[in-house]
Ligand binder design. Structure first.
Ligand code: MG
Length: 343
């Protein structure tokens, strides 16, 4: 009896494993861009990795858009005035059946002033780092982006916090419900990623710079990248988010799921050549890395990589990076940097 049960159990385990892997590798309809502006009516290209598909658009806003083969654009008359965004339904006929997706196509009014508020704007506002109000202050100040840190909890939920632990609770071994009981220094609860994105998506002037933190194993890191991607996709938040991580496995996994994502690497140990070969969007390095490797600024620009330096707070250093004409400067002093840039 037992002899028969063991092979059965093995087969069951193998089939469960196969199911998990295939669920993780579910293909998505991808769109290479999610914004339009007065300067740009081309939205992007639709695709499904590894599949041929015939795409169709539908829904309330279908008349606003034009789809030529797989290239999506917005009609000129819809650009000059109208809502902040349009939701558009896309279906794809593939050999395996029909797939559906809804995309939020955003009016791009993002500030272009290089200023990224590090963990939001908290230092001079009374907000706690990484709180919803720190994000609101960064938006009010008109920063180009507001950076925040994401960890995965024991029960695979996503929360916003800088350190791997908070008030003695280690995030990866604590449940979401337990963490939600803890108060930040300004009385707010620790935000979940869904709440944070919901707040950020109320506006279209400040980008959301999502740092996904390294975790205890490669498996958990890859899982956290998939969870974050799935939440951003289901909330239709793609237009708002730039991704950053110290963990190259996370950067790779995000790019594997969707090669159109804007993913920058934080750890400072890879040259622009390596990042460009891996098709990363940019390098987002500690300011000291650029001081040690000044040629990396020119070579990153030449390779079309975006450049971000962190965390630059000293006025002289801020001016040095302004003079280098890099894309973004991450700072705890967004008010000061905004003033310096306006001069
Ligand atoms: Mg961070």
């Amino acid at each position: 009896m037992l002899k028969n049960l063991i092979p059965c159990a093995l087969i069951l385990m193998m089939s469960v494993k196969t199911t998990i892997i295939s669920a993780q590798q579910k293909p998505y309809i991808l769109l290479s861009g999610h914004t339009f502006s007065t300067k740009n009516s081309e939205i992007g290209t639709l695709s499904i990795p590894g599949k041929d598909a015939k795409f169709k658009i539908s829904g309330d806003n279908v008349s606003v858009f034009r789809l030529k083969k797989n290239k999506l654009s917005i009609r000129r008359e819809a650009i000059s005035s109208g809502p902040k965004w349009y939701d558009l339904n896309v279906s794809a006929e593939t050999a395996a059946g029909t797939m559906k997706e809804t995309f939020r196509i955003l009016r791009d009014e993002f500030n272009r002033n290089t200023v990224i508020a590090h963990r939001g704007a908290w230092k001079h506002t009374g907000a706690a780092e990484n709180s919803i109000s720190a994000l609101q202050h960064a938006v009010r100040l008109a920063c180009q982006g507001s950076e925040f840190d994401v960890h995965m909890t024991l029960d695979s939920a996503l929360v916003i916090n800088h350190d791997p632990s908070f008030k003695g609770k280690v995030i990866h071994s604590t449940t979401f419900a337990e963490l939600k009981q803890l108060k930040l220094s300004n009385g707010e609860n620790m935000p979940g990623l869904d709440e944070y994105l919901t707040e950020g998506m109320k506006q279209n002037t400040t980008k959301l710079v999502l740092e996904l933190k390294p975790t205890i194993s490669k498996e958990r890191a890859v899982q956290s990248a998939r969870k974050v991607y799935e939440m951003a996709r289901s909330m239709k938040a793609q237009a708002w988010i730039d991704y950053i991580s110290f963990d190259y496995n996370i950067c790779h996994e995000l790019m594997r799921i969707d090669p159109n994502l804007r993913v920058a690497y934080l750890n400072g140990d890879k040259s622009p050549e390596v990042l460009a070969a891996d098709k990363m969007w940019g390098l987002d390095y500690n300011q000291s890395v650029f001081q040690k490797n000044p040629s990396w600024i020119a070579s990153a620009k030449e390779k079309g990589l975006t450049i971000n330096a962190w965390t630059v707070n000293d006025p002289k250093l801020l001016q040095w990076f302004i003079d280098q004409k890099i894309d973004f400067i991450t700072t705890n002093e967004p008010e000061l940097l905004l003033k310096m840039i306006k001069k």
